[in-house]
Ligand binder design. Structure first.
Ligand code: ZN
Length: 104
């Protein structure tokens, strides 16, 4: 039996998505949508980054490279997902588990 806290159905209290722009790194919240998100700052595509995402400092280049790599590959920062990968090697290992090709 599956624990109810892993229920994948939409929850009424979780209808806001945290989105991250892959171009300018703006982070913003929107009502959840299946059609994706558009950055309010630059108009480029933004992705659902997960509610547990905390943006690194703007000058933290290594951390941003890791965040953007994970975001491009569909990783979501979730409160129940355990600790996020801390470096590129760990990120690659985790993404490889999905079986999808990795987007560099
Ligand atoms: Zn943007």
């Amino acid at each position: 039996m599956v624990s109810p806290r892993f229920d994948p159905r939409p929850q009424p209290t979780l209808n806001r998505a945290k989105a991250l722009c892959l171009s300018c790194r703006s982070c913003f919240k929107r009502d959840r949508s299946n059609e994706g998100y558009v950055c309010p700052s630059c108009g480029e595509e933004a992705v659902d980054i997960g509610s547990a995402f905390k943006a690194p400092r703007r000058d933290a280049q290594k951390q941003w490279a890791l965040v953007l790599f994970l975001a491009r590959n569909g990783y979501r920062y979730r409160k129940l997902g355990g600790p996020a990968p801390k470096n590129m090697a760990e990120a690659r290992r985790r993404l490889a588990l999905s079986g999808r090709p990795i987007i560099e």
